[in-house]
Design a protein around this ligand. Structure first.
Ligand code: SAM
Ligand code: SF4
Length: 342
């Protein structure tokens, strides 16, 4: 079986595909209130193009695919994409990250089409606060989506929470307690200074260590090995059914365990979430590139995966890309998370 390794011996077997940059929410740490002007429809990869890239990637060694966005459930006929991706030989795990608003409508049909799991992002369990953070979201609808996902067997359900001081840090324990009686995985993600919003500040930012300390007031956290967990680290509260995960984008260099490549909704391959390098797969796809050429570009994006990101100012810049064609671009303009696919 093929496997892909980058220059730092990391096995790259995970492709995150953003299928749209549109979203039906405007979370305050992710998007400006007016939203981000969506790309032209023709600039977004078609499902056929996505399926082709995924098939070639699977041939190279990709085993896991996650669909994300923007909000992936706003894109029409997702069931078709899921069922086609599921048929690709070599893909062992197909999952989706969603804000959950449309999940109640789609969970059963997506599960039927072959979706394995969902991650649902919820930053508050208090309806009024949830509405404020998401600028208009209805918590009750999201919780119904979560229930529908559970009933449809999209398990284990992962709940993503971004703790921010002054926004929701007083709910960290409520989220951690979810794991006591349910087998959901609750993951705390360090807030990252990305995108087109001026939200992040050192005052609001909470480190994994801080978050962990708060949770440990409920009892000790024992490390748990979760198969192929990539950069997340998992723990369990004594006697709890579910586990608690931490994604420490800034503090505990999750880069050393990074196993992923990202494909943006407009068809750019990004070796790293914070990379300044992009490889223009869309132009290649639309100018008649052979499968071998697409495979070469996929391999190239893995070769140039940086050792670590530069958010804390210490990491090196991206590796020099050994390809001087116009398909490779370097840019310093930050893309919003909804454009890259978080
Ligand atoms: N709309 C879907 C959702 O919210 O789950 C998928 C896309 S969203 C960009 C994916 C994940 O990125 C969410 O869990 C969200 O909380 C997270 N995210 C967005 N901006 C972030 C930031 N600045 N720092 C940390 N996580 C962020
Ligand atoms: Fe939309 Fe997800 Fe960003 Fe919230 S975090 S604005 S739901 S893309």
């Amino acid at each position: 079986m093929n496997s892909l390794k980058d220059s730092f011996s990391r096995v790259i077997d995970y492709l995150r595909i953003s299928i749209t940059d549109k979203c039906n929410l405007r979370c305050i740490y992710c998007m400006p209130s007016e939203g981000v002007a969506p790309a032209e429809h023709t600039d977004i990869l078609s499902y056929e193009e996505i399926i082709r890239v995924a098939t070639i990637a699977a041939g190279l060694g990709v085993r896991k695919i996650r669909l994300t966005g923007g909000e992936p459930l706003v894109r029409k006929n997702l069931v078709f994409l899921v069922s086609e991706l599921k048929k690709i030989s070599g893909i062992e795990d197909l999952s989706l990250t969603t804000n959950g608003l449309l999940l109640a409508h789609h969970a059963a049909s997506l599960a039927h089409a072959g979706l394995d799991r969902v991650n649902v992002s919820i930053d508050s369990l208090r309806p009024e606060r949830f509405r404020e953070i998401t600028r208009g979201g209805d918590l009750d609808v999201v919780l119904k989506g979560l229930q529908a996902a559970e009933q449809a067997g999209l398990l284990p359900i992962k709940v993503n929470m971004v703790p921010v001081r002054g926004m929701n840090e007083d709910e960290i324990l409520d989220f951690a307690r979810i794991t006591i009686d349910s087998d959901h995985q609750v993951r705390f993600i360090e807030c990252m200074p990305t995108g087109s919003v001026n939200f992040w500040s050192p005052q609001k930012y909470m480190t994994t260590d801080e978050i962990k300390k708060i949770i440990e007031t409920l009892g000790p956290l024992s490390p748990v090995r979760v198969r192929k967990n990539g950069p997340s680290k998992y723990y369990r509260l004594k006697g709890a059914k579910g586990v608690i995960g931490f994604i420490s984008a800034l503090t505990h260099h999750f880069c050393k365990d990074c196993n992923r490549l990202r494909l943006t909704s407009d068809g750019k391959l990004r070796p790293c979430l914070f990379s300044e390098t992009e490889i223009d797969l869309r132009s290649a796809l639309r100018s008649g590139a052979s499968d071998e050429e697409i495979a070469r570009l996929l391999r190239l994006s893995i070769e140039v995966k940086p050792k670590e990101h530069q958010l804390n100012g210490k990491g090196p810049v991206d590796a020099i890309v050994p390809d001087h064609s116009s398909l490779v671009t370097h840019h310093s303009k930050k893309r919003p998370m909804s454009r890259i696919g978080g």
